[in-house]
Write a new protein. Structure first.
Length: 176
């Protein structure tokens, strides 16, 4: 689901206008996915100009210092149809749920959260397709389930073990 809110304009004080004209302005982030308005001087020094809520996109800056930007609202989700069921179920967890693997019996899914909720390293999760709450296994991305459903292998974290899908999901991390 992608949604885009209307663009906004704002004016900055004269002191900031001078700084903006002597630099290259852009939207970016140092972590997560929310972007702020930043500027880089011609000598390479970067600074924060404006921090707002959500993900900002810079569209234009006029000679008079008026800034045209939008606040974007992006989300990635997951919907699943569990084995033996007839209705799809919403299985998203936070703001950027990316399904990565499903158990052979279709009762367990592994996914990562790499938006704001995932933080700088992303979050690894498993969740039953019956709608039970997700269990965070640790930091990382791209979790793949073992054939027996007892292990998850993910980029950046090594192997992470968890209990079988038939019992409550709990995690114990291993950096093997």
């Amino acid at each position: 689901m992608l949604a885009k809110l209307p663009a906004f304009t704002t004016s900055f004080p004269n002191s900031l206008k001078a700084k903006l004209s002597a630099s290259v302005s852009h939207t970016g982030t140092t972590s997560g996915s929310s972007r702020e308005l930043r500027a880089v001087t011609l000598s390479g020094k970067e600074r924060l100009v404006y921090l707002g809520t959500g993900t900002l996109t810079l569209h234009d800056i006029s000679k008079e210092g008026r800034v045209l930007f939008s606040r974007d609202d992006y989300r990635s989700g997951m919907i699943g149809l569990a084995s033996g069921e007839t209705n799809e179920r919403e299985l998203s967890w936070h703001d950027w749920t990316s399904p990565r693997d499903m158990s052979d019996d279709g009762k367990l899914v592994s996914f990562d959260e790499t938006g704001e909720a995932g933080g700088e390293t992303g979050g690894l999760y498993v969740r039953r397709t019956d709608g039970s709450p997700a269990v965070r296994l640790g930091d990382g991305e791209t979790p793949s389930l073992s054939r027996d459903g007892k292990w998850v292998l993910a980029r950046g974290t090594g192997a992470i073990s968890f209990s079988t899908p038939a019992s409550p999901l709990t995690s114990t991390s291993s950096t093997a």
